[in-house]
Ligand binder design. Sequence first.
Ligand SMILES: Nc1ncnc2c1ncn2[C@@H]1O[C@H](C[S@+](CC[C@H]([NH3+])C(=O)[O-])CC(=O)[O-])[C@@H](O)[C@H]1O
Ligand SMILES: O=C(O)C(=O)Cc1ccccc1
Length: 242
Amino acid sequence: MPKHDKIFATPQQDIPDFRFNEQVVSVFPDMISRSIPGYGAIIDGIGAICARVAQDRTRLYDLGCSLGAATLSMRRHVGDNQCRIIAVDNSEAMVSRAQEHLNAFVSGTDVELVCADIRDVAIENASLVVLNFTLQFLPPQDRADLMKKIYQGLVPGGVVIVSEKLRFEGERLHQLLDEMHLDFKRANGYSELEISQKRTALENVMKPDSKQQHYQRFKDAGFSEYSSWYQNLNFTSLMAIK
Ligand SMILES: Nc1ncnc2c1ncn2[C@@H]1O[C@H](C[S@+](CC[C@H]([NH3+])C(=O)[O-])CC(=O)[O-])[C@@H](O)[C@H]1O
Ligand SMILES: O=C(O)C(=O)Cc1ccccc1
């Protein structure tokens, strides 16, 4: 039975930094769908992009795969073109649960599930690299090098997808969209206590960039064509093509 996220429902003395541990894994599908507006639409869109850009005998990467939602969507849409999917996460708890999810469906496409830090993983012969709400958890100073590594590992015509929570450079716009996101969480049953405790837990762990910073990073890595293909409030999915 899918479990309801109650992690921040009771008052906590000291709120430790947010971690992708067993407790989070056990409620993760509920937590992510109630917290990220458009999450399901983005997962479907990743499949649709994959159907168009996956090239014969190349690799597809899902970096920070959690339970493998993007991997499953890619695997459903990739068709019979001898692609290999490499799904990476550095949380043991996530990876072991993801393996169960992947085993629950049959497919002709191989998936290699790796427990590792995405900063240590080689990217080679890739036609699609997905970072679905992962880059924002990497220390900001490590993000540019990762994007350069991805650019280098893509084949011509290859695509990187980067889904993120956005920070807005205009303060009033930032506040408005942030409040509207909190309204989305309230509408999904999160209390003020849950919202504020989770915010504290994420403060040191998740540092969103602005869209301008993402575009500059794509450019610095070597990409000349990039755009947002989805946005819902302060959550977006971007893509760049090599
Ligand atoms: N350095 C790192 N190396 C490897 N994994 C990492 C690292 N840092 C964080 N992670 C992993 O990135 C994932 C981020 S969740 C992605 C959702 C998924 N993509 C989805 O489509 O459902 C987003 C969220 O919960 O907001 C977690 O599983 C971390 O363990
Ligand atoms: O930005 C937020 O307020 C979130 O809750 C995003 C989120 C969703 C799932 C796990 C961690 C952060």
